[in-house]
Ligand binder design. Structure first.
Ligand code: NAI
Length: 310
């Protein structure tokens, strides 16, 4: 049983994640923190009322007071602005960087041994900021983005080929942005190449749709972004940690002399267990993917200077 999980930010993603935890995980205490007046309290009361159906014994607290995160095993940061129609994730950087800096101070003060999962966008830069501001080992700060992108790819692959996701192997890595790395070379359908199932034009179209999936959702929802798949992606990370699963999930982490880059935070496949990131899996990159990493490194350096982390 996990003792204590805290979720900071209880809007769309935070509240939905809280429901996954209550429905699926054996927990002792779940703390929900939000600055918006009484929001976390309302979400907590609503969640508590599922007890009659689910029968859990854990305690749920909703509060504005961040000191209640004390001694959490896992802290999830979903606080901050979400994209609205016409915005890129990078447009959120200035505002969300300030929000998470304050949250990092609280985490350092109240639960310095926790594992942090970052959801707030722009994911890779915010995960970098959280790693630097808390001073936590990079193995303890996991950015959730590429696993969501991977699920989006699997869904679109299923729709294109009619093959169940159980028989598909695929993953997305790189930035959690429209520049994410979607290599068809890494897609296997029961060991076979994707080219046996789709022609090259269809594959290019599929890759484009995966990259733009988040924007497609925002353009329908208008004033908010996706919540169900992101919160479930985050839940799967928590499950891997709590249940010491030793499974490979792509997460954003600060790389040190890996993948040919240094001090760059980006999504790569990692072995996840009760320690957080047990190991970065360094896959052999194709020449195209190497070029993508060079671009990532350049953009990361430029953006770090812009936000005074150079
Ligand atoms: P939302 O607007 O529904 O909720 C954000 C919540 O954060 C609000 O309730 C707000 O009051 C709260 N908040 C703001 N500052 C706070 C602070 N200092 N302390 C505590 N709470 C604070 O947004 P949503 O849809 O839940 O998204 C949250 C973040 O997650 C956004 O930045 C969004 O872009 C990002 N996101 C990331 C994904 C990923 O794959 N990494 C996927 C989906 C969303």
């Amino acid at each position: 049983m996990v003792k204590k999980i805290s979720i900071i930010g209880n809007g769309g993603v935070g509240a939905s994640l809280a429901f996954h935890i209550v429905s699926r995980l054996n927990f002792e205490e779940l703390v929900l923190v939000d600055i918006s007046e009484d929001l976390a309290q309302g979400v907590a009361l609503d969640l508590e009322d599922t007890r009659g159906f689910l029968g859990f014994s854990g305690k749920i607290l909703g509060t504005r007071d961040s000191s209640h995160i004390i001694d959490s095993d896992i802290v999830v940061i979903t606080a901050g602005l979400a994209r609205r129609e016409g915005m890129s994730r990078l447009d959120l950087l200035g505002t969300n960087a300030k929000i998470v800096s304050g949250i990092c101070a609280d985490i350092k003060k109240f639960c310095s041994s926790s594992i942090i999962i970052v959801v707030t966008n722009p994911l890779d830069f915010i995960t970098y900021i959280v790693t630097k501001e808390t001073g936590f080992l990079s193995t303890k700060v996991l950015g959730m983005g590429s696993s969501l992108d991977t699920s989006r790819l699997l869904n679109l692959l299923y729709k294109a080929t009619g093959v169940s996701t159980d028989s598909l192997e695929a993953y997305v890595f790189g930035f959690h942005s429209n520049d994410m790395i979607v290599s068809d070379r890494r897609i296997r359908i029961k060991g076979e190449n994707l080219s046996k199932f789709m022609d090259s034009e269809e594959i290019q179209d599929l890759k484009k749709r995966v990259r733009l999936r988040g924007a497609e959702i925002v353009s329908c929802l208008k004033n908010r972004s996706a919540t169900f798949a992101p919160s479930l992606a985050c839940y799967f990370l928590i499950d891997a940690i709590v249940n010491d699963k030793n499974i490979i999930i792509p997460v954003a982490t600060v790389l040190k002399d890996a993948y040919g880059v240094n001090d760059v935070c980006v999504g790569v496949p990692c072995l996840i267990n009760r320690n957080g990131i047990a190991r970065i899996i360094e896959i052999d990159l194709t020449s195209e993917e190497k070029q993508e990493f060079e671009k990532i490194s350049k953009l990361f350096s430029e953006t770090k200077s812009a936000i005074n982390y150079a």
